[in-house]
Design a binder for this molecule. Structure first.
Ligand SMILES: Cc1cc2nc3c(=O)[nH]c(=O)nc-3n(C[C@H](O)[C@H](O)[C@H](O)COP(=O)(O)O)c2cc1C
Length: 384
């Protein structure tokens, strides 16, 4: 119901919540995972349903909760689980607990190899599900972010110490995924661009990391922030993380996705048209109003996916008794074009799109008039 609802929302790309790559990679006991073929089988009808009725491309986010895991669900306070509740041991670069969460165990070299393989296997499972896009979660204080940040990584081996050493494990995981994930399908990385804590991971570190990812075939960087420490001081406000997306895009020359308190149509439009980011993502805004993209398109006189069955509800059809079949045909033709250009767009070099005046996006909206441009919206699914 949740993903299906968002698949018809007009968003160009619908992203699942973080899918754990092993049981110990879940944040809570009710988080989704993609470590087994049974999970692929269970998700297949959900994906098929979204494709049959929806217009959004389908992305999967892969991750591991690391030292933040083994807690109750957010609406029960994220309290550490006890044995009776099925608590599990959480892995981490160093045995330093996130305040208020269970003490993690330090990963040894066998553990690192095993986890790399878990990520690669989950990527293969995502391919079996025919996902259009994959995103590696390296943010929000979870396992891969724990390796990046000096707040959680105190290792003295080749995975700890300098920034380069701390990024090593995440880059190895990225390589393992890129090996099994086809180059024809986008693979992005979500980062916490800063920890918002003195002595933590910084925006400079993120630029360095993004450059290393770009060389390895990363298609985009999604710039989030925070999550590694409760001491973070975040200046939350409209579009507060957009400057990170802008800086990474400018300094590394890689497409970026901006998110965080993007709620207003013109704010969203401006981020894309001013070249601050190539894609925008909405989380809470679209959970609260799943029709956000329809309303934004209407306000901007744009055209997005609208289910045929709902056509009489669209303002341009209001008052007509039946949608004309010819209108349906036009919609179909546009959808067809959109799907084709989505690929062309995402796989283009970013320098090309500036020349041609198109942006890499999750979907194309035809602007009325001569100016054809590309826009993207992304929404994040939470529960299956
Ligand atoms: C209910 C809920 C679930 C979320 N789940 C994830 C997740 O699985 N992975 C992730 O990277 N971010 C997750 N987030 C964070 C959002 O993706 C987003 O970064 C954050 O909410 C800020 O964007 P917004 O202001 O548009 O909501 C979640 C947010 C909410 C509210």
């Amino acid at each position: 119901m949740h993903l299906g609802n968002l698949a018809v929302s007009g968003a160009g790309l619908l992203m699942t919540e973080q899918m754990a790559v092993e049981p110990e990679g879940r944040l809570t006991y009710s988080c989704a995972g993609l470590w087994s073929y049974d999970q692929v089988r269970a998700l297949r009808p959900v994906f098929e349903f979204c494709r049959r009725y929806g217009g959004a491309k389908l992305g999967i986010q892969l991750g591991h909760a690391g030292r933040k895991g083994s807690v109750s669900v957010p609406w029960k306070g994220q309290i550490p689980l006890n044995e009776k509740q099925g608590a599990w041991l959480t892995p981490s670069p160093s045995p330093i607990p996130y305040p208020g969460r269970p003490r993690p165990t330090e990963l040894d070299s066998d553990g690192l190899v095993r986890l790399r393989n878990c990520f690669a296997k989950a990527a293969r499972n995502s391919l079996d599900l025919d996902a259009d896009l994959l995103e590696l979660h390296c943010a929000h204080g979870y396992l891969l972010h724990s390796f990046l940040t000096p707040l959680a990584n105190k290792r003295i081996d080749r995975y700890g110490g300098s920034t380069q050493a701390r990024t090593r494990f995440a880059l190895e995981v990225f390589d393992a995924i890129r090996e099994v994930w086809p180059s024809t399908r986008p693979l992005g990385v979500r980062v916490s661009a800063t920890d918002w804590v003195d002595g933590g991971w910084t925006a400079d570190n993120t630029v360095e990391f993004a450059a290393a990812l770009k060389v390895r075939g990363c298609d985009y960087i999604c710039a989030s922030s925070g999550g590694a420490s409760p001491d973070q001081r975040i200046p939350v406000g409209p579009g507060y993380q957009v400057p990170f997306a802008e800086r990474i895009r400018r300094e590394v020359g890689i497409p970026t996705m901006a998110l965080g308190f993007i709620t207003d149509t013109h704010q969203a439009e401006n981020i894309l048209s001013s070249g601050q980011a190539d894609l925008i993502a909405l989380g809470r805004g679209m959970l609260y109003n799943p029709r956000w993209a329809w309303h934004a398109a209407q306000e901007l006189h744009e055209d997005v996916f609208f289910p045929f069955q709902y056509q009489r509800a669209h303002p341009i059809d209001a008052g007509r008794r039946f949608p004309k079949s010819v209108q349906n045909l036009i919609v179909q033709a546009r959808l067809h074009c959109r799907k084709q250009s989505w690929w062309a767009c995402l796989k283009n070099d970013s320098s090309d799109h500036r020349k041609t005046g198109t942006l890499k996006t999750g979907f194309q909206i035809r602007r009325t008039g001569s100016d054809e441009r590309y826009r993207s919206l992304r929404t994040r699914g939470r529960r299956l």
